[in-house]
Design a protein around this ligand. Structure first.
Ligand SMILES: O=C(O)CCC(=O)C(=O)O
Ligand SMILES: [Fe+2]
Length: 228
C-alpha cells in the first residue's frame, strides 16, 4: 500500500492466496440470504440458523457418543484443563456424514479436499475449550508438518447439535461476539485478515457448560488441499 510516498511493508505472514480465499468465501456468504454477518469489524463471522435439521443433529450426536474419547491439543503447551471435552473424527465417507461434510464445503464454496476431517465434540458440565486461535502458530513445533499437510487454516465452520440448558457459549472476546448454542445453527468465520495473515481477533473459547451437555461438529479448512 502506498502511504505518503512510502510503501508500507506487507505483514510477513500476509498471503495473496489466503486473501483471495477470504474474499471469495465472504462474497459467497454475503450473497446467501440464509446467512447473516455478525455486525462487528475485527473479524468476519457469519450465522446460519437451522442449517442442520433435528434428525441430522440427532444422528451426529449418536455418532459422537459412540466414538468419543478425551480431546487432544496440537500445541506444545501441556496445559491441563485447556480443552476438557471429548471428541472424535467424523468419517467423511460415512453415509450420514458425507452430505453434511460436503454441504458445508459447498456453502462456503471451498473444495472439499481442503477440509480436514470433521470433528465431533461433547462437553459435559464444567467442560470447556479455553481461549485459542484455530489458525496455526508458526512458532510451534507442529508448523513444518502443518505446512506440508495443506498449510494454514483459513475458515472454520461449526454446527451446534443441541440446545444447552446453561453455559457453553462460543465467545470471541476481542471481536465482541458471544453465541449461545442452538440446535442446527452453523457459525462460520475467517481466521485470516483481509491480507491473508492470521487474525488475532478471532481468538475464541468454548465457555464451560453449566447445565446440560453440549454437542458440536467443527470443520477446519486449509489454504491448500489437505487430502492428496
Ligand atoms: O465449543 C465451542 O464453542 C468452540 C469450539 C472450538 O473452538 C473449536 O472446535 O475449534
Ligand atoms: Fe476453535
Amino acid at each position: 500500500m502506498k502511504l505518503f510516498g512510502k510503501t508500507r511493508p506487507a505483514s510477513p505472514s500476509a498471503s495473496p492466496n489466503r486473501a483471495t480465499v477470504g474474499a471469495a468465501v465472504a462474497a459467497r456468504l454475503d450473497a446467501n440470504p440464509a446467512l447473516q454477518r455478525a455486525p462487528v469489524d475485527p473479524a468476519q463471522v457469519y450465522y446460519y440458523p437451522d442449517f442442520l435439521d433435528a434428525a441430522a443433529c440427532a444422528r451426529m450426536v449418536a455418532m459422537i457418543d459412540a466414538h468419543r474419547r478425551p480431546s487432544t491439543l496440537l500445541s506444545d503447551r501441556n496445559d491441563q484443563g485447556f480443552r476438557t471435552s471429548d471428541s472424535c473424527d467424523m468419517d467423511r465417507y460415512a453415509r450420514d456424514v458425507q452430505p453434511i461434510d460436503e454441504g458445508i464445503a459447498a456453502l462456503l464454496g471451498i473444495d472439499p479436499a481442503h477440509g480436514e476431517t470433521m470433528q465431533g465434540q461433547r462437553y459435559a458440565p464444567g467442560q470447556q475449550f479455553r481461549a485459542h486461535h484455530d489458525y496455526f502458530h508458526a512458532t510451534e513445533s507442529y508448523w513444518p508438518r502443518m505446512q506440508a499437510e495443506g498449510g494454514q487454516r483459513t475458515w472454520t465452520a461449526m454446527i451446534y447439535l443441541n440446545d444447552v440448558e446453561e453455559g457453553g457459549a462460543t465467545w470471541f472476546p476481542q471481536a465482541g461476539i458471544r453465541v449461545a448454542p442452538r440446535r442446527g445453527l452453523l457459525l462460520a468465520w475467517n481466521n485470516m485478515k483481509p491480507d491473508g495473515s492470521p487474525n488475532e481477533a478471532t481468538i475464541h473459547e468454548g465457555m464451560p457448560v453449566v447445565a446440560g451437555t453440549k454437542y458440536i461438529i467443527t470443520k477446519w479448512f486449509r489454504e491448500n488441499p489437505w487430502i492428496r
